[in-house]
Ligand binder design. Structure first.
Ligand SMILES: Cc1cc2nc3c(=O)[nH]c(=O)nc-3n(C[C@H](O)[C@H](O)[C@H](O)COP(=O)(O)OP(=O)(O)OC[C@H]3O[C@@H](n4cnc5c(N)ncnc54)[C@H](O)[C@@H]3O)c2cc1C
Length: 461
């Protein structure tokens, strides 16, 4: 990168907010996705939309790639600076601008940590529902750009269901505003939705207006074990058919259950083919009624054992089992790929069976857990990235997992996005016409292809 550009960036954001030391650059050369890394040439930390605009205008003029970055926790290589250039870190854009309890709205900058936003709105008896496992570190900007979800997705949806308005800096430095605080707003193209989930490829988000919802008055957690996967699948469908929408309806397959039990000793039966973890929330009377109905449905579908949390300690124990799923699997081998192939909820058993078949066929270790209620599964492949022969088998297994999800009427991602990790499968989900439309949007908003190049829609032009 031209030293004149570095000088201009230092002038734009302050010399101490431009990092070029090799030890600093190394820290921003990767994210939470194994197998992807590349050194940027500089890391820039602007503190306002005007500074972001100046940085982008300079980069656009010089045709230098810019990689927006929140906390770097994404699992699809979205924040890796694959072509060098600049990492634009949002850590200094970290103000909660406003909590407007009367309108059930909060306005915040992208670098605010999602868990901090939730703590702030809890004081008003409100919640911001998108709750990724990384809620203590992931940023609002990163979760909105990734369209992140979490355990409460079944009832509450993902980030896009809460983003009401955005401030975005375009590749050439122009600033635009979308949406706002009104509940109803149908004017014009829905640019808010376009930028939400755009993974840093269309603009840099510098402010977000989000919808808040009242915190539930009560919640009840339950755990049910099943000797047969199909019974668990039927139970999932039957809960929804009984017109109950739990906040959370999670599944762990046998491989995950065995690993969790060995790691966390939470009392799971290791012979269970599947374990469901369920939480209903809402008004106390409705929660009690729903929980009783869920227990009935579980019994009717051959649940071998049903535990209902009697108090907060028992609730914590149930969710500790689910929280242990990823660390327990990750402990087995040096490298962990967490995928998020997603299928219609009725196809969850078929998908788990397909994953198990693929694991056996390619001799790779895969545990599957995830958000059964919304069909968003996390087949988790544990392996050793240093073993080239094993990695070849892992790649084949991944290709087949995503092909299986699409064949079952599913999608490549329920919450982790596409990034560079799943780019190779995009054409098979969308076909040439939809891919052409997406690339045309990219070209219109970022004609020099400086924003997160090589992600989501691939190479420009
Ligand atoms: C252990 C673990 C558990 C996880 N659990 C979940 C889960 O339950 N649900 C879930 O959805 N995800 C989960 N994730 C994935 C990850 O936490 C999410 O993708 C999260 O949204 C990333 O936020 P971030 O701040 O780290 O963003 P980053 O990783 O820094 O960036 C994510 C993407 O957004 C872009 N970006 C960042 N900030 C901006 C901005 N201001 N403007 C424009 N683009 C921007 C980046 O270029 C990148 O493409 C998990 C990850 C790990 C490691």
């Amino acid at each position: 990168m031209d030293s004149g550009l570095i000088d201009a960036l230092r002038q734009a954001v302050g010399a101490e907010h431009v990092l070029t030391g090799r030890e600093d650059l190394l820290c921003y050369s990767y994210d939470a996705t194994p197998g992807f890394s590349h050194l940027p040439e500089a890391v820039v930390m602007p503190a306002s939309a005007a500074e972001v605009a100046r940085v982008l205008a300079l980069a656009n003029e010089a045709r230098v790639p810019v990689y927006p970055r929140g906390a770097g926790t994404n699992l699809s290589a979205g924040a890796v600076p694959l072509k060098g250039g600049l990492v634009l870190l949002t850590a200094r854009l970290n103000r909660i601008v406003e909590i407007d309890a009367a309108n059930l709205v909060a306005v915040a900058e992208p670098g605010v940590v999602v868990g901090d936003l939730n703590k702030a709105v809890e004081e008003f008896g409100l919640i911001y529902p998108p709750d990724p496992g990384t809620v203590a570190t992931a940023t609002l900007g990163g979760t909105v750009a990734e369209n992140a979800g979490g355990l409460r997705g079944l009832k509450y949806g993902v980030s896009k269901h809460y983003v009401m308005g955005l401030e975005v800096v375009l590749a050439d430095g122009r600033i635009l505003h979308t949406g706002g605080k009104t509940v109803k707003d149908v004017a014009g193209y829905d640019l808010t939705k376009l930028f939400t989930g755009s993974e840093g490829t269309l603009g840099v988000i510098t402010q977000v207006t989000v919808k808040l919802v009242p915190a539930p008055e009560a919640r009840q957690s339950m755990l049910a074990t099943f000797a047969g996967l199909d019974d668990a699948g039927r139970a999932i469908a039957a809960i929804i058919a009984a017109k109950i929408i739990p906040a959370t309806l999670e599944i762990m397959d046998n491989a995950t259950v065995r690993t969790v039990e060995e790691y966390a000793k939470v009392g799971l039966p290791t012979e269970a083919e599947a374990v469901l973890l369920i939480e209903v929330d809402g008004i106390a009377e409705a929660v009690a009624k729903d929980a009783a109905k869920v227990a009935e449905v579980l019994k009717a579908n051959n649940a071998a054992d049903i535990r209902t949390a009697a108090d907060a300690a028992e609730r914590d124990k149930i969710w500790a089992a689910r929280r242990a799923a990823l660390p327990a699997l990750a402990k087995l081998r040096p490298t962990t790929f967490v995928e998020d192939a997603t299928v219609p909820r009725s196809k969850v058993p078929d998908m788990i069976r397909a994953v198990n078949g693929i694991a056996a066929k390619h001799s790779v270790t895969i545990g599957t857990f995830g958000h059964a209620g919304d069909g968003n599964l996390h087949p988790t492949i544990v392996c050793d990235i240093r073993d080239a022969a094993e990695m070849e088998r892992v790649q084949q297994a991944m290709d087949e997992i995503f092909a299986a999800a699409l064949a079952l009427g599913g999608t490549l991602s329920g919450e982790h996005g596409i990034g560079a990790g799943k780019l190779r499968y995009m054409e098979s989900q969308f076909g040439p016409a939809a891919m052409g439309a997406m690339r045309a949007i990219k070209k219109a908003l970022d004609p020099n292809c400086i924003l997160n190049p090589g992600k989501l829609v691939g190479e420009c032009g």
